[in-house]
Design a protein around this ligand. Structure first.
Ligand code: SF4
Ligand code: SF4
Length: 251
C-alpha cells in the first residue's frame, strides 16, 4: 500500500539541501545565467522496472548499455553551500527559484507515482537531516502530488529535460575522446562534467534560449572568474569554461 508523504520545508535547515550547485533546464537558462556559472553534467540513470524505464526514455538517451541524463549545472558542485543562500534563506526566492529547487526533495528522474521510493532513498543519505518530514505537516503526496504548484513545477522540469535531450546526447557523444569520458562509463554512479562548448553556446543563441549573447558571455565570464578566485573552489572545468568564453569573438 502507498504510504502518504507528509512534508513541509523548514527554512532553518536549508544548509542541508542547498549545496554548491543545482540543476536548471534549457528553458530556464535565460532566467539564471546572471546568477550561476553554468556547466554540463552527465549521470547514469538505472530504471527499477519497465514502467520507470519507459518514463526515463523521454529525458535520457542511450549510450552503450546505459541510460544517461544530461543536465545544465548551475553553481559549483564542489562548494558546500549555494552562493544564493543568505542567512538560511534563498536570495532568489522572490525572483522564482530554479524548478529543481522548487521540487526538492522530490526527483524528476522517477515518475510521479514512484516518489515514495525517491524519498525513502534520500532520507537515508542527502536528506538524513532534513526536518521537513514530520507527521504534523501536510500530506503532499499520496501516490500523486496533492499541491498544484508542485505538480506543475515537476511537469515543467520534466518537459525542460525532454527539450534538451537531443543537445545533451550530441555533446556527450562528441566528448568520447576525453579520459573522464571513459572513467565515467566504467563508474557506476559518477558524474561527468563538461564546460559549455562554443558550438553549444552558439546553438543556444540560435535556438532562442538566450536572447542576448554578449550579456550571457559577460555574466558567465565574471561568474567563472569569481569562483576561480575563491580558493575553496577546486573545479577544473571552470578554468576550461573561462578559456572557452574568452576565445569567443563577441566580447
Ligand atoms: S533540509 Fe529539508 S526541510 Fe530543510 S530546507 Fe531543505 S528541504 Fe526544506
Ligand atoms: S537557488 Fe536558492 S533554493 Fe536553490 S540551492 Fe540556491 S539557495 Fe537553495
Amino acid at each position: 500500500m502507498t504510504e502518504n508523504i507528509h512534508f513541509q520545508c523548514q527554512i532553518e535547515c536549508s544548509h542541508f539541501c542547498c549545496g554548491g550547485a543545482t540543476v536548471v533546464s534549457l528553458p530556464e537558462l535565460k532566467n539564471f545565467y546572471r546568477f550561476f556559472p553554468i556547466t554540463l553534467a552527465f549521470q547514469k540513470v538505472y530504471p527499477i522496472d519497465s514502467f520507470h524505464e519507459n518514463y526515463i526514455k523521454d529525458i535520457t538517451f542511450r549510450y552503450a548499455d546505459f541510460y544517461i541524463i544530461g543536465d545544465f549545472i548551475a553553481g559549483n558542485r564542489f562548494n558546500k553551500k549555494c552562493r544564493h543562500l543568505k542567512n538560511s534563506l534563498c536570495a532568489l526566492h522572490g525572483k522564482t527559484k530554479p524548478l529543481q529547487c522548487k521540487i526538492i526533495p522530490f526527483s524528476v528522474t522517477f515518475p510521479e507515482k514512484y516518489q515514495d521510493i525517491v524519498i525513502k532513498e534520500k532520507r537515508k543519505l542527502a536528506f538524513k537531516n532534513c526536518k521537513g518530514f514530520m507527521e504534523n505537516t501536510p500530506i503532499i503526496w499520496n501516490g500523486f502530488f496533492l499541491e498544484e504548484s508542485l505538480k506543475s513545477d515537476f511537469e515543467q522540469l520534466r518537459k525542460g529535460l525532454m527539450s534538451q535531450r537531443d543537445i545533451m546526447e550530441k555533446i556527450f557523444k562528441a566528448s568520447n575522446k576525453s579520459i573522464n569520458f571513459s572513467k565515467f562509463l566504467l563508474s557506476k554512479s559518477g558524474i561527468f562534467e563538461l564546460p559549455l562548448t562554443e558550438e553549444l553556446i552558439n546553438e543556444l543563441f540560435y535556438r532562442g534560449y538566450i536572447e542576448d549573447p554578449v550579456d550571457f558571455l559577460k555574466y558567465q565570464k565574471s561568474l567563472f572568474i569569481r569562483e576561480l578566485m575563491n580558493n575553496n573552489s577546486k573545479n577544473s572545468i571552470f578554468s576550461q569554461a573561462l578559456s572557452i568564453i574568452e576565445k569567443i569573438n563577441m566580447l
